[in-house]
Ligand binder design. Structure first.
Ligand code: NAD
Length: 436
């Protein structure tokens, strides 16, 4: 397959990671330009990919204003509120687009994304990494083979992890729904997307409960300071960042989440960041408002049901799922699938780490191998001009995002919400496909 060229918008955590696919597979992709306002990130990215100064710019508009396409595809990896504008501009110029989730934050904007890419006739892949893991592929194959009969119900848990909750959703970028988005959209749009992919039917109605219970001023321990560096009671606190980020720096664990806190990986830079920046704040003295636990109940077309739990009060780990069918059940922990057959009484355990041959696409890789799988599928789709190689295209992703919006409305309005997706949006859930 021909090598494709990529422009990268946003050289933060995701943009940097996705672009490494090109370094790992130089025969398949190369990065020809980057847009990133933060000089440290831009220069580091340009050096990693050998870009000339004129191809490393501060704003994506400097790329679109050239008025011609300078790459086959663009990776849009800006923060959630900055997805719509670049997507519309790059689509109009004929770029194929890998867009980080969420595609956009409200129904109108999500529909505008879909309309723009369909009008331009370009490939869109949304960053629903869970669809691309070897684990999900193995699960889809066994469900497609009818190993547990028809799926009747599902129980699915997203264990966010206590420190990930504190890092991203209490202190970090996704702590406020007005500045970023809701927890369900930011974190769990993957799960509501994955559930409809696995069940193989569109959701019809949803209800939801959840709130911000713990990370509030009323739970602040007596004597606690506003920042961990000054806090006399931090030794007793699970959320102490001096220990948390300090241990990572000292231990050479310099990737995410430490890389979000400091660009310069030194003790001095970390100390300054914790004294002055958002990540040094007491978790009980932040300006956060997103929920720390939420449940969603769903009914799908055909009658299957699912319950989903997101909670920050866990160790960090893979999602855990039980799928109940007419002939058997599957239990999965993100790596192993245990398939029980009611007739024979036997249970088979399937390890899924080795299912794919693509680089780091193992359960231990980013997002259980989903990061590598997402880029692998997108690059293949662009090289072959075949949008069917993308498993998270515009219509699938639109339906997932509409489900998230409906569930959040159900939580806020304390009611069951019918999904009002148009007929065209509902016919897109694929039947189990041939998975390589
Ligand atoms: N698929 C997943 O599992 C997954 C996981 C984490 C984050 N995300 C999503 O990926 C996106 C990026 O998240 P992140 O953690 O990399 O954030 P980040 O803050 O690390 O990166 C965003 C980058 O965009 C840059 N930027 C801002 N304005 C710009 C402009 N005008 N032109 C070019 N660049 C600009 C910022 O300077 C920053 O470096 C978010 O939408 C997030 O929700 C997806």
């Amino acid at each position: 397959m021909p090598q494709i060229s990529l422009a990268v918008v946003g050289a933060g955590d995701r943009g940097t990671r996705h672009a490494r696919f090109a370094l790992e597979h130089p025969d398949r992709a190369r990065v020809v330009a980057v847009a990133e306002p933060r000089a440290v990130r831009r220069e580091r990215f340009a050096a990693e990919h050998g870009l000339a100064a004129e191809d490393a710019v501060a704003d994506w508009r400097e790329l679109t204003s050239r008025g011609r396409r300078i790459a086959d595809a663009v990776l849009v990896c800006t923060l959630d509120r900055d997805h719509l504008e670049p997507v519309l501009a790059f689509a109009a110029l004929g770029y194929h687009i890998m867009l980080e989730k969420p595609m956009a934050l409200d129904e109108e904007s999500c529909r505008a994304v879909v309309e723009a890419v369909e009008k331009a006739g370009v490939i869109l892949s949304v960053g629903h990494v869970l669809r691309y893991t070897p684990y999900t592929q193995a699960l889809k194959v066994l469900l497609g083979e009818g190993r547990i009969g028809d799926v009747v119900s599902v129980r699915h848990l997203e264990p966010v992890g206590f420190w990930h909750q504190a890092h991203s959703f209490v202190r970090g970028n996704w702590r406020r729904s007005d500045e970023a988005t809701t927890m369900l959209m930011a974190k769990s749009c993957h799960d509501l997307d994955w559930l409809q992919y696995v069940v193989g039917a569109p959701p019809k109605r949803v209800s939801s409960f959840g709130r911000l219970s713990y990370f509030t001023a009323e739970h602040r321990p007596e004597g606690a300071a506003d920042r961990c560096v000054e806090c006399p009671v931090r030794a007793q606190c699970s959320f102490d960042v001096v220990r948390f980020y300090g241990d990572r720096l000292a231990g050479g664990d310099h990737g995410w989440p430490l890389s979000v806190v400091v660009d310069d990986l030194t003790e001095e830079a970390l100390d300054t960041a914790l004294r002055t920046g958002p990540y040094g704040r007491c978790v009980f003295a932040c300006d956060n408002d997103v929920v720390d636990h939420q449940v969603v109940a769903m009914e799908f077309e055909g009658g299957a049901t699912a319950t989903f739990t997101m909670t920050g009060f866990t160790q960090i780990g893979h999602r855990r799922t039980e799928i109940f069918g007419t002939r058997g059940e599957v239990r999965g922990d993100g790596q192993l699938l245990h398939v029980h057959d009611f007739l024979t009484g036997t249970t088979e355990s399937i390890g899924t780490s080795a299912v794919s041959a693509v680089g780091a696409m193992t359960a231990e890789g980013g997002h259980g191998g989903g990061d590598a799988g997402l880029m692998d599928a997108f690059v293949s789709a662009v090289a072959a001009g075949d949008p069917s190689l993308v498993r998270s295209g515009p219509r699938e992703s639109l339906l997932s995002h509409l489900t998230v919006l409906a569930a959040e409305r159900a939580r806020l309005e304390r009611r069951v919400v019918e999904l009002e997706a148009a007929a065209g949006d509902r016919e897109i859930v694929r039947t189990p496909e041939a998975l390589g």
